[in-house]
Design a protein around this ligand. Structure first.
Ligand code: BGC
Length: 715
């Protein structure tokens, strides 16, 4: 079991190996078994950047966050990010990276959505697989987390996620199933919460029946840090390793083996899997790490992929900025204090953060000096006040209030500059869900956008809004004001550069939304069963595990079932602000020569995409399907494949092939206790992120079914 003694802090408890890592295994020197090191996390490796008595630094690259990676809809880019992170893991002497986070985005208010990928299980699953393959290409491991149903932070260590087996299998388990089958992560991390009354870390059905028996997963399962209650149940359910592990855990487990509550064969299987894991690691194999990862090459990868994941929501003839644009009026405190990532275990101790001002300068623009001075003084004052009121590490960081300007100043700014940029920022993090207040713009933000747009439009100058956010926010009420809206998300330490690269057109805009921007947060069906005003209950504090009384805190009913995200909005014709999969381009594309063929258990769709516009660009093709009429309720469309072109020059074309596993068209039928593919005619919508459905093809498919185990009985 892992080697942290009682009373020691978890984070940074592995001082003797890699300071700042999350944990280790317990070494048995007499047998030549070393301790191996686990460290967070999704947006880059998290270790301490400095060490006592050493002048050397150990910074890691802060890469774009999960939602930014999935917005690329490009598994190759995500692989490159994983590969670069894995090099840092290896070169800093870590063996297992505690990532990727692959929980489905059930609701926009989940505090950790920024670490996750999508409201769609297929997109989540393939993005996670690409990330894992990239990291593991370095001979180090990953820990796909948090398995499973960890879709809210409120009382995350005890919340009971209550849902039907269909909901569990079709939505929340699918991202893990796809990722595991397409990448083989070395470890899986069980989650803190419960599923239908049983802690996931104590659920044999989850960790053994499904993960090992149905999915044939052969790696090791580790608990989340201090997760679960009953160590004997943890072991019997299928966890191989308790993290961070206390000496008392060993005593409890040994006593249970003695008195027969844990079978020796179970313990043997745990030990075998841990040893199989250890022998694969760099540490066991005597890899001599150099503490010198190639940070400058990795910064370039971060910059390139962050631009690739930037989503253009609106563009009234302003982006990319014209060649004559030189002087830029930059507004919004976030422009001067950009947010590279979320808070909690997913943060990265990075060497620097490129500001938007620096990024603009690197792309040949001048930021307005007077505004720079005003914001600099404002932020200095804010930081002084903040110093006095330090908050807990897991709480969302406070942001400075927006500065407002007189109409006279704005009008002068409009005279002196060619264009205005306003950045709106939001940060969220581990341990706390977002309060719905955070979803809406506050009065200062609305006033700032209003006033800047009025002043600049009076002088026939354009305004661009950048959203430096980790999750969706309200856009419907103000999106008509600016001329362009760009979502760079939290895009890592190179943020200012990647934002400016897209503004200038040095990078083409090709990201698409992995999550719907609803008109109102309450529009999500899941919002009926989600805490809208995050209470002060973090990490389960203030609420005992055995308490089962308060809805959405102690337990959450997944009443919406499979109708999460676009599955709900589309099927029930609910208007949204920007739909799932949406993202504009600087150029246009033409779709032609579609062919659809079936060969055994695969369906192939081939299509030729031509850049029909005047600028280079990349296009994302999305295939949604609709099943024939069935006795089951089904969404009006579901994503079943996606692909992205390489960068196409004007009039260049590319033939893409998209593949669908036939059985992926099946739905889970609880009455038949099986994945059932209804016989009949299936529709395939070949869709463009910008222009919607381009072609509809159909295929007749025979009924088939695949029986699985009956699990997660609802009480
Ligand atoms: C988080 C995990 C993280 C672990 C180690 C837990 O609190 O939920 O995501 O990997 O801590 O830092």
């Amino acid at each position: 079991m892992a080697g942290v003694s009682v009373g020691m802090p978890v984070i940074g408890a592995t001082r003797s190996l890699v300071p700042g890592a999350a944990g280790t295994t317990f070494p048995i020197e007499r047998l030549g078994i070393p301790a191996i090191v686990f460290a967070d996390g999704p947006a880059g490796l998290r270790i301490d950047p400095t060490r006592d008595f050493y002048s050397k630094t150990y910074y890691c690259t802060h890469f774009p966050i999960g939602i930014s990676l999935s917005s690329t809809w490009d598994t190759e880019s995500v692989y490159q990010i994983g590969k670069a992170i894995g090099e840092e893991v290896r070169d800093y002497g870590v063996d297992i990276l505690l990532a990727p986070g692959n929980n489905l985005m059930r609701n926009p208010l989940c505090g950790r959505n920024f670490e996750y990928y999508s409201e769609d299980p297929l997109l989540s699953g393939y993005i996670a697989a690409a990330y894992i393959n990239g990291v593991q290409s370095n001979g180090v491991g990953t820990s796909i987390k948090h398995f499973a149903f960890n879709n809210q932070e409120t009382k995350r260590m005890g919340n009971d996620a209550r849902m039907t087996q269909r909901t569990a299998r079709e939505l929340y388990l699918r991202p893990f199933e796809i990722a595991i089958h397409n990448s083989a992560p070395w470890t899986v991390m069980s989650s803190y919460n419960k599923i239908n009354g049983t802690f996931t870390a104590e659920s044999y059905e989850l960790l053994t029946t499904i993960l090992r028996n149905e999915w044939e997963y052969e790696g090791a399962v580790v608990t989340d840090w201090f997760g679960g209650k009953d160590r004997v149940a943890n072991v019997n359910a299928g966890n191989d390793m308790i993290q961070p592990g206390l000496p008392s855990d060993t005593d409890i487990i040994m006593a249970a083996v003695e008195d027969g509550r844990i079978m020796p064969q179970t313990l043997d299987a745990n030990v075998k899997r841990i040893l199989q894991l250890i022998v694969k690691t760099p540490r066991f194999n005597g890899y001599v790490y150099n503490d010198e990862p190639d940070l400058s090459t990795h910064a370039e990868v971060a910059r390139k992929v962050a631009a690739e994941g930037t989503v253009l929501l609106k563009n009234d003839d302003v982006l990319p900025l014209s060649h004559s644009t030189k002087n830029v009026a930059v507004y919004g405190v976030t422009s001067y204090d950009i947010i590279p990532g979320g808070s909690g275990s997913g943060t990265v101790n990075r060497p620097y953060t490129i500001s938007l001002i620096e990024g603009l300068r690197n792309n040949g623009y001048n930021a307005d000096k007077k505004l720079m001075e005003q914001y600099s003084a404002h932020l200095k004052q804010f930081r002084k006040e903040q110093e006095a009121a330090k908050t807990d590490w897991w709480r969302s960081e406070e942001r400075a209030k927006e500065l407002l300007f007189t109409i006279q100043q704005l009008s002068l700014d409009a005279d002196n500059n060619d264009v205005a940029i306003i950045t709106i920022g939001r940060i969220s993090g581990e341990g706390v869900d977002r309060d719905s207040v955070e979803f809406y713009l506050n009065t200062n933000e609305v006033e700032l956008i209003n006033n800047v747009c009025t002043a600049f439009h009076m002088k026939k100058k354009k305004v661009v809004v950048l959203l430096n956010i980790g999750d969706v926010i309200e856009t419907a009420s103000w999106k008509n004001l600016p001329d362009a809206i760009l979502v760079p998300w939290h895009c890592g330490q190179e943020g200012g550069n990647s934002m400016a690269d897209v503004l200038s057109g040095h990078s083409t805009s090709s990201g698409c939304l992995p999550m719907t921007f609803p008109i109102d947060v309450a529009d999500h069906y899941s919002s009926q069963n989600m805490v809208m005003n995050a209470p002060n209950i973090t990490l389960g504090v203030g609420q005992k595990d055995e308490d089962q009384g308060i809805r959405n805190i102690d337990y959450t009913i997944y009443e919406e079932g499979i109708y999460v995200g676009y599955r709900y909005f589309d099927t029930f014709s609910k208007e949204v602000s920007y739909p799932f999969g949406y993202g504009l381009s600087y150029t246009t594309f033409e779709y032609k020569d579609v062919e659809i063929n079936r060969a055994d258990d695969k369906i192939y769709i081939d299509i030729t995409i031509t850049n029909s516009g005047f600028l280079p660009g990349k296009e994302v093709v999305q295939i949604f399907t609709k099943a024939p009429k069935s006795k089951l309720d089904k969404p009006s469309r579901e994503l079943k494949a996606f692909a992205k072109t390489t960068e196409l020059q004007p009039s260049e074309h590319q033939r893409l092939r998209l593949t669908i596993n036939v059985m992926d068209l099946a739905s889970f039928d609880q009455n038949e206790q099986a994945w059932v593919m209804d016989g009949g005619r299936y529709h395939f919508y070949i869709s463009s992120a910008t222009k919607g459905t381009q072609f509809t093809e159909t295929l007749k498919i025979k009924k088939s079914k695949q029986a699985v185990n009956d699990v997660f009985k609802q009480r």
